[in-house]
Design a protein around this ligand. Structure first.
Ligand code: NDP
Length: 240
């Protein structure tokens, strides 16, 4: 039986590439999104992948969303926590709303979604969870105290949950992308982006597909000895 995979924020950008790669590899994919109905409908029409609208920053909505996915497709065996936003500002200009929106959407979402699937995974003694972190969670970034804190939190979340899942066939890993050519990065001013690309040894921005192939590797059945790890996919921009 094909495994059921959920990708949060799976209709656009990196998530879209992950959803498509999983489908092409034979998974039954549910792509979640939060706001953009037009993009989601277009994505679903183009790919044939079912979409599920709910806000992953909301605990109750995430539980309901997972219920709806399981009713439609069956038990969730693969979860990719990819949904994320930026609300950049330096600390002295950052509002509580900017802080909170990023923490809830980027970090609490990992709890909300993992909590909704973990009991089933434990019962079935199989699960794959991949959390999308960021180079800026590893290295920090000017104007991104909220984002760096959330992404750094994801890396700790991953290592702790990996320890809990290890005896139950559940692996939990993180992928830390560098700068990837999506709408999120296209929002960065051109001159800043040029400076960023100049610091990437491989000499280009990442492609969403670069991240998708990494996720595919980590969720494979025979990747069962890889857990608690963070795979950096950043063109050599940050090595540690
Ligand atoms: P995009 O802005 O292109 O896409 C974000 C996705 O998340 C959309 O599908 C969006 O759907 C969804 N989303 C946002 N908020 C919510 C919510 N509350 N509930 C459900 N879905 C939501 O981002 P990217 O593809 O660039 O980024 C994907 C992930 O990769 C993020 O976690 C990001 O932090 C991370 N990342 C990206 C990098 C980059 O360079 N692009 C670098 C490092 C990490 P909708 O609009 O419909 O809500």
């Amino acid at each position: 039986m094909a495994r059921v995979a959920v990708v949060t924020g799976g209709t656009r950008g990196i998530g879209r590439a992950i959803s498509v790669a999983l489908k092409d590899a034979g998974y039954v994919v549910a792509a979640n999104y939060g706001h953009d109905d037009k993009a989601a409908t277009q994505f679903s029409t183009e790919t044939g992948i079912l979409v599920f609208k709910f806000d992953v920053s909301d605990f109750a909505a995430s539980a309901e969303g997972v219920k709806a996915i399981e009713a439609a497709l069956g038990p969730v065996e693969v979860l990719v926590n990819n949904a994320g936003i930026t609300r950049d500002a330096t600390m002295h200009r950052m509002s509580f709303e900017h802080w909170n929106a990023v923490i809830q959407t980027n970090l609490s979402s990992c709890f909300n979604m993992s909590r909704a699937v973990i009991e089933g995974m434990r019962d079935r003694r199989f699960g794959r969870i991949v959390n999308i972190g960021s180079i800026n969670g590893q290295a920090g970034q000017y104007g991104q105290v909220n984002y760096a804190a959330a992404k750094s939190g994801i890396h700790g979340f991953t290592k702790a949950l990996a320890q809990e899942g290890a005896g139950r066939g559940i692996t939990v890993n993180a992928v830390a992308p560098g700068y990837v050519d999506t709408e999120m990065v296209r929002a960065v001013p051109k001159d800043v982006l040029e400076k960023i690309v100049a610091r990437i040894p491989v000499g280009r921005l990442g492609k969403a597909e670069d991240i998708a192939r990494t996720v595919l590797f980590l969720v494979a059945d025979d990747a069962d000895f890889i857990t608690g790890s963070t795979l950096s996919v950043n063109g050599g921009q940050h090595m540690y």
